[in-house]
Write a protein of this length. Structure first.
Lengths: 204, 532
């Protein structure tokens, strides 16, 4: 008997991407099947819905909005070059998410020899001193996670996807997503708590 | 440390890092790109490499044609059945030495063409003969290329051999993305060498396909558990010999999964002498406010009955089902759904049935862990029972407590045991020895439990039991590739058994399907059990 992880979640229902309506789905499917302007229009409709989320995801993985823009542009090109293999526009979001993550991972590998430290934002208005220290520690810890861990953390905490939705988006086993989320959060939490303790000590 | 504060700060940080919207310049770049016709190659792909890829593709096509032409006939597939594929035997991984086959004394070559093959009764096992060690062999590669790979989800002992089910994934190496997925059926006379008997029609690539096997009298039933399918019941297949599989259009099966306008989803399947029981339901995680347990029973795998759940299933969430000598056991929990970022608020629960149709709630005590205080001030009991397996002398259920991430994962686990499924005993928290449980499996005779230690450089450990109460730490020998140490931080190193890999207990030991490391093709690993 194997762990089936309880009963699974339907992707896209509670996430930030609204499911395509049936009529629109059919028009897009027909458009993708037709080389030329119809395909370009269908692709534009699909990617337009995914750009914001993909940009946010890439920003978290890469730690840079500028580089995220380049990465999503690269991913868009890659998707456009292979869009003929996508027969069901209802699957575009997951398909494109995987391409974005792959592109980001490649970029991280390319710059593996360079420091990978995210800039620390100034304290947000209303934050006390301790909170900003903790936030900074969290920020630094985020930069130490792998691309795979950052992707899962971002999709869960930023986009509100469940682990099963993330598994479907990234083509992973649910257990793998849970494991990555667990280890990622554990690292972040350890840094956060250490900063909190240091902050409390400084105040005293 | 305040969970809410940590989560609030984490979300705020992510929002700060990510921003809200893609910049207009990105939209402009994409629009400009679309003004150009799509080019089906990567810009950096040089001509020599392109030619090499074309040559490889031509060779692959020719090789495939040779395979097809040489395919031994195993009997004509039924009309309308999906296209059969070439027969491919698993070959030793090129990176490892040939492994030792499972002892032939315990497995006999099946006669797949025999129409009189009888279904295998549940193994009775030998009381008190628990395992003390596992001798691992090196992994055997399942058929895999740059453009396709095979994954086995389930293995069922059938006649004197084995039947496997899973899926075949086609992969676009250029886009580095999967392009198709199709159910796959395999047979093996020894659990080591597998032959693809049939590949079903392709499904949508993003579907998370999971094929489960069950026995229905003299026939086999396969159920595609598709986590994304919205428009219909899980797909059914039937086979008389494990070689030729036919899709079944069962109105009673379809109707069983339609639940008050919602679509219930399949969670687990078990089969025994009294037929097949499939469980599932709506779940709070899907946005539904109430639990709606679904139990479906069939004797022949074709005609199904949705069992009317009694008050014994009030507020119930079902997670797993198993067969034992006494019939069927379902485990899960009762109580309110877990808060999104909190710990478990339900209580462990189990139900038993001798025939799969009439169910009685079992007596399951709470665990000894800390009690959560719910929003209304009451106390929750925490863990749910997420898995159940049967041994020769009893049943064992694994309890999982939700962690800080709001998911049932990776947090201290606990166990319950029962001799008959009706009365359960809390046997303790496993967290002291085994912080992270990865796999639990049983075949009605032996039960095995695998998990890994905490830290970044983790070690995989295993235990065996026949009654669920007394567990013996397994001594590992043989191949050192499994269960190797696994670096949880960068996911390097072998992590078979550390990622919920399917573990199948067979009379001689174990068959495990898993990845030697991230990104590699699936291998089958074998362990021969030793007893005192």
């Amino acid at each position: 008997m194997n762990e089936l992880g309880g009963v699974p979640v339907v992707s896209g229902v509670t996430g930030t991407v609204t499911p395509l309506e049936d009529g629109l789905l059919e028009r897009l499917r027909a458009g993708l099947a037709t080389p030329g302007s119809d395909r370009a229009d269908a692709f534009a409709s699909l990617i337009d819905r995914s750009l914001d989320r993909s940009f946010r995801l890439a920003s978290v993985i890469l730690g840079s909005r500028d580089e995220a823009e380049d990465a999503v542009a690269d991913a868009s090109l890659r998707a456009w070059q292979h869009v003929a293999s996508l027969h069901d526009p209802g699957r575009f979001d997951a398909w494109f998410t995987r391409i974005v993550v792959n592109v980001c991972r490649d970029r991280l590998h390319d710059r593996a020899r360079r420091p990978n430290v995210l800039a620390v934002d100034p304290p947000a208005p209303g934050d006390d001193f301790g909170a900003s220290i903790e936030r900074a520690a969290l920020h630094q810890a985020l930069a130490t996670l792998t691309a795979e861990h950052r992707a899962v953390v971002a999709l869960h905490y930023l986009e509100g996807l469940t682990t099963e939705q993330i598994a479907a988006q990234l083509g992973l086993r649910d257990g793998t997503v849970k494991s990555r989320l667990h280890y990622g959060v554990r690292e972040l939490r350890a840094a956060y708590e250490a900063a909190a303790r240091a902050s409390e000590g400084a105040v005293r | 440390m305040n969970d809410e504060r940590f989560e609030r700060d984490l979300k705020a940080l992510l929002r700060d890092v990510a921003g809200r919207e893609a910049p207009s310049s990105l939209h402009a770049r994409v629009a400009a790109m679309l003004a150009q016709p799509p080019v089906a190659r990567r810009p950096w792909l040089g001509r020599p490499l392109q030619l090499s890829l074309v040559a490889v593709a031509v060779v692959a096509i020719l090789a495939a044609a040779v395979f097809v032409s040489q395919r031994p006939q195993v009997g004509p597939p039924p009309a309308g059945s999906p296209e059969p594929t070439s027969t491919i035997e698993a070959s030793p991984s090129p990176t490892t030495e040939a492994s030792t086959a499972l002892p032939s004394a315990s497995v006999v070559v099946p006669s797949p063409n025999s129409t009189t093959s009888t279904s295998t009764p549940l193994p009775t096992g030998i009381s008190g003969m628990g395992w003390t060690g596992l001798s691992w062999s090196d992994g055997v590669a399942l058929p895999s290329t740059d453009t396709s790979r095979l994954v086995i989800n389930d293995i069922l002992r059938w006649g004197s051999g084995y039947v496997g089910a899973g899926f075949k994934v086609t992969h676009d190496p250029v886009a580095d993305t999967d392009t198709g997925i199709a159910p796959a059926f395999l047979t093996s006379h020894n659990g080591r060498n597998w032959t693809i008997s049939q590949i079903g029609p392709p499904r949508q690539v993003e579907d998370t396909l999971d094929v489960r096997l069950a026995m229905a009298g003299h026939a086999l039933v396969a159920i595609e558990r598709d986590s994304l399918r919205l428009g219909g019941a899980p797909l059914l297949w039937q086979s008389d010999d494990g070689l030729a599989w036919t899709p079944i259009d069962s109105p009673t099966w379809r109707a069983a999964w339609e639940a008050g306008g919602h679509r219930a989803l399949l969670g687990a399947v078990a089969s025994g002498p009294e037929g097949i029981v499939a469980i599932g339901g709506l779940h709070a995680d899907w946005g539904d406010p109430e639990s709606l347990p679904v139990i479906v029973h069939s004797v022949d795998g074709v005609t199904w009955e949705r069992i009317a759940v009694s008050s014994a299933f009030a507020d119930a969430y079902l997670y797993d089902v198993a067969t034992s000598a006494g019939g069927f056991v379902i485990v899960g929990r009762t109580g309110q759904p877990d808060p999104p970022a909190g710990t478990g608020a339900g209580r462990p629960a189990a139900w038993v049935s001798t025939d799969g149709r009439t169910w009685v709630k079992a007596n399951v005590p709470g665990d000894s862990g800390p009690r959560e205080t719910l929003a209304d001030g009451s106390s929750g009991l925490g863990p749910r029972l997420s898995q159940v397996v049967a041994g020769a002398d009893g049943l064992f259920a694994l309890g999982l407590r939700a962690g800080a991430t709001g998911t049932y994962c990776c947090d201290p686990t606990s166990g319950w045991a029962s001799a008959d499924g009706r009365t359960w005993t809390f046997v303790g928290d496993l967290g002291g020895k085994l912080p992270y449980v990865d796999a639990l499996a049983g075949d009605g005779s032996h039960m095995v439990l695998f998990g890994h230690t905490s830290g970044k450089d983790v070690a995989v450990l295993g235990w065996s039991s026949t009654d669920g109460v007394t567990w013996t730490r397994l001594a590992f020998s043989g191949s050192t590739a499994i269960p190797g140490r696994w670096n949880s931080a960068d996911e390097s190193g072998p992590y078979v058994l550390a990622h919920e890999d399917p573990v199948h207990v067979v009379p001689a030991g174990l068959v495990v399907a898993g990845l030697p490391s991230a990104g590699q093709g699936e291998l089958l690993w074998f362990a021969t059990a030793t007893a005192p």
